[in-house]
Design a binder for this molecule. Structure first.
Ligand SMILES: [Zn+2]
Length: 506
């Protein structure tokens, strides 16, 4: 008595089709169930859940030896994805249910309920394209609807068995939270921030051209406040981004009842491990850089992060993906995020402060900066100081612009860029290569002159000049100007720490 069905698991964030074969040897005196094909603990536990679920659904297990084979056998199958498929394959081998072609997903509770699993959205998107339909847990219906694939959803084993036997099925849509796009809503707004004209403008530029940004300032000047409000001035995610991000969140079990429509904001603590931030582990999982995909990654107290974490950030900052190499396989995860970092100017926090004296030695300050100089600093276009706000400004009753007002300008500037780069693979100024900079950025003669003087004075590297030009182009786009003039270039030059030596004298 043999039966075969399909299920799927998630490896990293990638779906993998698994075939589930069951053979029942009724002549065996031994009454048992063996699961083969490199199952991990979760799959072994699956045996126990299936036995109990059968009992509590009043389905008798057959006499004899049940052998369950999960293929491909060389992939470690994690999780509880396979319970329902194994149960169905046993029932099929018993001729209890007819042959069917669907991919079956779902965990079984001991009482026979079918429980929600992770990864339904990416699995359905991947395999509906290949002509499959699906049987899924009722609680995963919202994801299934979003995937626009053919599926049947059930909440218990007995309900599913009855439907397969009789062929009767109707989706109880009223029990389902459908995915209705709602307007972007945030609890926080840029108008909450008083004063700080320069950092506010810098954040607008960062949003308009997708530039990374570093804030340097003493504790308590509102650096975190800025970072938290950054997503509120970014354009809403388009459908492609919504699906991309929701697939990742589904794969790691962080998707609730609807798709992710608000840009992610991730702010891991500086004690986080490289695996937590970059991804990895024995059952490989994506890290914070991937959870921040299409959103914002904020690292507060940047120099306090582990050296290996800072080094590993190079790849996602440069290529918008992250490669996680394991013994058996290499995973490439998406990691296209806007990077925001914050730090104190020195270990005690008060170097350069007008009121509180710094207690650090020149050596200590130098060592503090050394951690992030080079690999990271080189990849951050906008570097600004966020000083303490004067008392009068803090007490002022006047509110600044709202996030919505800023966002409108950001969207306008982004549309200009999209049009200009229609023939390229990029959409935004921060992604310009050196070749593209030469092709697209037009400087007025006097802007060229100013840049030349500045480069000479501060000995800017080629990479640093490119960064200034990219920023200046975003400023021109915000000003709706077709060329980069003196105003644009002078403003862009404000958003850099002049090789640190100038602003932080050592
Ligand atoms: Zn200090």
């Amino acid at each position: 008595m043999f039966f075969k069905t399909y299920s799927a698991v998630i490896v990293g964030i990638t779906p993998l089709l698994v075939s589930v074969e069951v053979d029942i040897n009724t002549r065996s005196i031994k009454r048992d169930m063996n699961i083969v094909g490199l199952p991990d603990t979760a799959v072994k536990e699956s045996k126990q859940r299936i036995i109990s679920a059968f009992k509590n659904s009043s389905i008798a297990l057959p006499d004899g030896l049940i052998t369950v084979n999960l293929a491909p056998s060389d992939v470690k199958k994690e999780g509880t994805y396979l319970d329902l498929a194994i149960a169905f394959a046993i029932l099929g081998a018993m001729k209890h249910i007819p042959q069917f072609e669907s991919v079956v997903l779902g965990e079984l509770g001991l009482d026979g309920t079918i429980r929600k699993i992770k990864g339904v959205l990416p699995i359905l998107l991947e395999y509906s394209d290949k002509g499959f339909d699906f049987i899924i847990p009722q609680d995963n219906t919202a994801e299934a609807l979003a995937s626009k694939s053919k599926f049947k959803a059930f909440s218990s084993l007995s309900q599913a068995v009855l439907s397969l036997k009789t062929g009767e099925y109707s989706l109880k849509i009223d029990q389902v939270l459908t995915d209705e796009p709602s307007p972007q809503e945030y609890d926080e707004d840029f108008s909450d921030i008083k004063g700080h004209a320069l950092p506010k403008r810098a954040f607008e530029i960062a949003a308009a051209g997708a530039h990374n940004i570093l804030m340097v300032g003493p504790p308590g000047t509102g650096k975190t406040m800025f970072a938290r409000r950054f997503p509120t001035i970014l354009p809403e995610m388009d459908e492609k981004e919504v699906i991309e991000t929701s697939k990742i969140y589904s794969a790691v079990g962080l998707l609730d009842s609807s798709l992710i429509r608000i840009r992610p904001f991730r702010s891991p603590h500086h004690t986080s491990s490289a695996v937590a931030i970059i991804g990895g582990g024995s059952n490989v999982k994506p890290g914070e850089v991937t959870l921040a995909h299409n959103g914002v990654l904020f690292l507060d107290e940047l120099p306090e992060f582990r050296r290996d974490v800072l080094e590993a950030l190079r790849e996602p900052l440069e290529d918008s993906v992250v490669t996680v190499s394991r013994a058996k396989a290499t995973h490439i995860f998406p990691a296209n995020f806007q990077f925001i970092a914050a730090m104190n100017p020195c270990p005690c926090g008060y170097f350069g402060d007008k009121e509180i004296a710094c207690k650090c030695s020149a050596f200590e300050i130098k060592r503090y900066w050394k951690n992030i100089s080079g690999p990271i600093l080189d990849r951050i276009d906008i570097q600004i100081q966020v000083p303490r706000v004067e008392f009068e400004e803090m007490r002022s009753k006047s509110y600044g612009e709202t996030s919505q007002q800023i966002r409108e300008r950001v969207i306008k500037a982004r549309n200009i860029q999209k049009k200009r780069y229609a023939q390229e693979f990029i959409k935004l100024n921060s992604k310009l290569s050196h070749r593209m900079i030469e092709k697209y950025i037009i400087l007025s003669d006097d802007a060229e002159e100013i840049l030349k003087l500045y480069v000479k004075k501060y000995k800017l590297s080629g990479r640093a000049i490119d960064k200034v030009l990219k920023m200046a182009q975003t400023i021109a786009d915000l000003n709706e100007s077709s060329i980069v003039d003196v105003k644009c270039i002078s403003e862009a030059l404000q958003y850099r720490l002049n090789n640190l030596d100038n602003d932080f004298a050592f």
